[in-house]
Each structure stands twice: as structure tokens, then as C-alpha cells.
Ligand binder design. Structure first.
Ligand SMILES: NC(=O)C1=CN([C@@H]2O[C@H](COP(=O)(O)OP(=O)(O)OC[C@H]3O[C@@H](n4cnc5c(N)ncnc54)[C@H](O)[C@@H]3O)[C@@H](O)[C@H]2O)C=CC1
Ligand SMILES: O=C(O)[C@@H]1CCC=N1
Length: 281
């Protein structure tokens, strides 16, 4: 694993194939960080989504993948794993002509599958970002196939580096674990936020107060994790007064098997990534 740092690399025109949730987070993050909207082309078949992207960010939109891809040397494949094969197969002729860098954010789908579906001989980078990219606070795992040259790796890292940090992963099989930890990870925190808010209300707090208390606590704790050198267990120990309130809660979590449950959840997500590859080949 190496930490990517390519913030000074200029970005070429980018074609997003798929303009759904993750594409919106990435596009929003790129535009907020100064990437020219006119250099972002988006293919999205759903009219309402297409119009919203154009209105919100000023990007150039198209209803078909080929129209968007034809103007770009960097293709960001942001469709669901279930339709990736069809989308790539339809773009294979254009891939032969343009020799693009194909950067896929799909869970599970391997670089080998993408290269094969795009007609072979194509530079492919798999990236696993997450939705905090919208705020420039994402993290992305990156894996490049052997067709990718150093300049293309720089481009991929620069694109994802514009919306957060990124790490190169040497073993492609580890991309499913990246997906399970950080790609899906924001949802785990949102689930915890929901549970803390509901529990606060159950203990008598007004809903708005419970929401503010839970959300700001998650933000403050996340900042302590990322902005200090202290590890999670040290930070936790500082909150946990012997015989106090935190100890009562932590003992309840431990007795309920929280660590084992998190392990099982992340193992299930990792396994699902492998299934998505096999099921959509
Ligand atoms: N949502 C997330 O937090 C993350 C998602 N991903 C990956 O990103 C990909 C997209 O996920 P979401 O954005 O959540 O899904 P989504 O369903 O919101 O977006 C996919 C979009 O692709 C469009 N589409 C379908 N066929 C198309 C075609 N032929 N040409 C162009 N566009 C087409 C759909 O209309 C849809 O708007 C998935 O492969 C997922 O594994 C990766 C990291 C995080
Ligand atoms: O749930 C999913 O399959 C995608 C991949 C990571 C986050 N969302």
C-alpha cells in the first residue's frame, strides 16, 4: 500500500458513465475544488438526474455513454455492477479508437473483467471511493492493471485526490476489503447515528436535541481520530472514567458482541463484493 499524492497533476476531460449517487458526490467534490464543469461530461439515462447534475454543477450531460465517452480520454465508470458488462461491451469499439484510461468505481467487478469487456488491451484502474468525497473528505482505494502507464496512474490518483485522500492497493483481491471498510463504511456511521438519536429520544430527549447531540459527537470524535496522533483505544480510555457512565455503556456493547458483529458485517460485505464479480461476469 502506498499513499497517493498527485494533487498537482492536471486532469483531462473526464467522462462519467452513470450520474447516480456516487457520481454526484465525486462531481460535486471536483467542481467545489475548482475543476472546470465544462471538462466533465456525464452520461445518465434518467432525465431528472441528468438535468439536476447540469443545473447544480454546470457539467455537460448526455443520455448515452458513447456520446459522453467520445470526448474524453478518462472514463469514470460509475454504473452498478449489474450493468457494467453491457455498458463496457457497448463502449468496446470506442475504447479501441480512443485508448482511454477506464477508471471503474464498481464494487466487486475486477480489472480483468473490465479489460475483457472493453475489448482487451485497455488501461484500467479500479477505484473504491466513498460519499464523503462530496465534501472533499473521501478516501479511495486504487488498483491499476498492468496496461496502465505511470501518467495514467498519476491521473487516477489526481482525480480521486481532488475529493479526499487515496491509497494504492497492490493486491487486487484486497479491493473487496477496501469496499467493505471504507466504500460502505459511511453507512455504518449513519446507522450508528440513527441508533444514537433513537436511543436519546427513548431516554427522554427532544428529537432535535438528540439529533444535534449524536451528530456533533460523531463529527468531534472523527476529528479526534484523524487530527490527533492518539489511537482509538487511547481516546476511548480517556472518556471512560472507572465506574462511570461510559464504562456502563462500553460493557454493554462488549457483552452484546459489538466487535464480533462488526467483524461479521465487514466479512459479509467483502464476500458480497466477490459475489458481485462472479454473478455479473
Ligand atoms: N454509493 C456509494 O456510496 C458507492 C458506490 N460505489 C459504486 O458506484 C457505482 C454506482 O453506485 P451508485 O452511484 O450508488 O448507484 P446509482 O444507481 O445511484 O447510479 C448509477 C447510475 O447509472 C445510471 N446508468 C444505468 N445504465 C447506464 C448506462 N448504460 N449508461 C450510463 N448510465 C447508466 C443509472 O441511471 C444510475 O443513475 C456502483 O458500481 C457502486 O458499486 C462505489 C463506492 C461508494
Ligand atoms: O453498497 C454498495 O454496493 C456500494 C459499494 C460501496 C458503497 N456502496
Amino acid at each position: 500500500m502506498t499513499i497517493a499524492d498527485s494533487r498537482s497533476t492536471p486532469l483531462p476531460t473526464i467522462a462519467f458513465i452513470g450520474g447516480g449517487n456516487m457520481a454526484r458526490s465525486l462531481i460535486g467534490g471536483l467542481v467545489a475544488r475548482g475543476v472546470a464543469p465544462g471538462s466533465i461530461r456525464v452520461a445518465e439515462p434518467v432525465t431528472a438526474l441528468r438535468e439536476a447534475l447540469a443545473a447544480d454543477f454546470g457539467v455537460v450531460t448526455f443520455s448515452t455513454a458513447a456520446e459522453a465517452a467520445d470526448g474524453a480520454s478518462l472514463w469514470l465508470l460509475a454504473v452498478k455492477p449489474q450493468v457494467m458488462r453491457t455498458v463496457c461491451t457497448d463502449l468496446a469499439g470506442l475504447a479501441r479508437e480512443r485508448a482511454p484510461l477506464a477508471l471503474s468505481i464498481a464494487a466487486g467487478i475486477t480489472a480483468g473483467q473490465l479489460e475483457r469487456w472493453l475489448g482487451g488491451g485497455v488501461a484500467v484502474v479500479r477505484a473504491m471511493p466513498n460519499t464523503p468525497a462530496l465534501l472533499g473528505a473521501g478516501i479511495t482505494g486504487l488498483f491499476a492493471n498492468t496496461r496502465t502507464d505511470p501518467a495514467q496512474r498519476e491521473q487516477a490518483a489526481a482525480l480521486m485526490g481532488a475529493v479526499g485522500s487515496s491509497v494504492w492497493i497492490d493486491e487486487e483481491t484486497q479491493m473487496d476489503a477496501v469496499t467493505a471498510v471504507s466504500g460502505s463504511g459511511p453507512a455504518y456511521l449513519f446507522l450508528l447515528a440513527e441508533a444514537m438519536q433513537a436511543a436519546g429520544v427513548a431516554q427522554g430527549l427532544p428529537a432535535e436535541a438528540a439529533r444535534a447531540l449524536a451528530n456533533q459527537t460523531l463529527l468531534g470524535a472523527a476529528r479526534m481520530l484523524t487530527e490527533t496522533d492518539d489511537t482509538a483505544d487511547v481516546l476511548r480510555a480517556r472518556v471512560t472514567s472507572p465506574g462511570g457512565t461510559t464504562q456502563a455503556a462500553i460493557e454493554t456493547f462488549e457483552a452484546g458482541g459489538l466487535r464480533e458483529l462488526v467483524g461479521r458485517a465487514i466479512a459479509a460485505a467483502t464476500a458480497r463484493g466477490r459475489e458481485l464479480s462472479a454473478a455479473n461476469d
